[in-house]
Design a protein around this ligand. Sequence first.
Ligand code: 13P
Ligand code: 13P
Ligand code: MG
Ligand code: MG
Ligand code: MG
Length: 365
Amino acid sequence: MRITLTAIKADIGSVGGHIQPSRRLLETVLEYVKQHHRGLLIDFRVTYTGDDIAILCTHTGGVGNEDVHRLAWEAFKAGTDVAKDQGLYGAGQDLLKDAFAGNVRGLGPAVAEMDIEERTSEPFLFFAADKTDPGAYNLPLYLAFADPMYCSGLILSPGMFQGFSFTIMDVSHVEADRVITLNAPEELYDMAALLRDPERFVIESIHSRQTGEQAVAVSTTRLHNIAGKYTGKDDPIMLVRVQGAFPATGEVLAPFNLGAYVAGFMRGSHNGPLMPVKQNTGTSFFDGPPIVSCAAYCVHHGRLSGAVDAFDHPYWDRVRQKVSDKATEIRRQGFFGNAMLPYAELEYGGIVQKLKDLDQRFQLR
Ligand code: 13P
Ligand code: 13P
Ligand code: MG
Ligand code: MG
Ligand code: MG
């Protein structure tokens, strides 16, 4: 059976700063989808990570389906009304345009979706991150899909011997989607040359070269491209199909034990280590650290199984402690050097005015 997996997420307000949505807000979004999904969706789940609410759904309408996108937009609008009513912080933060225009892409919410021919057993992972941007997934995806040091399936599973193709987007290009497709393993060094710069080059999708099937879809929204100013971090979501011709679940999860430094953290302006967390975790220390959750599902005839919380396991407790130490360490140097993002990322925020004022006071000697 051919189905579409669609995940759409937005920050529409949160309690106590940028921490997590209120219960009533979550229930409003869930209730809206429940009331309006008939004849459109096969199944759906509503979850949150940090201050972002995600709607994960299945349907047969294809990628970019106007009715599905409108439903998510309207659910987030209904949620925003409640967020305003409750006086939540940043009510409607990610809804950057006034009106729905056929598709939520370019309006603020993040989207990850793919059309798939459902396998007899179709396991997949839904990742949601907060206080970071889409490039945060570059390294884990590279390691899980292209490096046999992390993905043993590349040498053990014949279905993966031909490798994967990576479609990478230049998210600095605002006028249109600027993309390149590179093949692993032959073009690994070319891929690395781009993926090393996660603020500019972002993995958008990955396909099996053996079957042509899509394995990965990542949201690529850069909010400052839409708003022209800093309106919060992009907080990316991602769908990853696993097993069979794709890496095993554990191979996809493994690289997240690095707690790699990513852009985001406080005011979206710093570097911090990405912490793998349990479902429905908020943020805390320095509005972070950047967090990522992973819900594992099987989908059958479009019906979703219950979610298994992939990072809720004793192994990851130790990783979380290690990541906390990394976060503490980099925060010790405050604003200095690599603790903060380079100017190109800050130029959508208030520091621009300060630097302009200071520039006037410089004198040539
Ligand atoms: P099981 O025997 O538990 O199914 O494990 C198979 C496997 O290959 C895990 O990576
Ligand atoms: P969010 O994008 O998660 O709202 O984060 C914004 C921010 O500036 C946190 O300090
Ligand atoms: Mg927020
Ligand atoms: Mg957020
Ligand atoms: Mg955000």
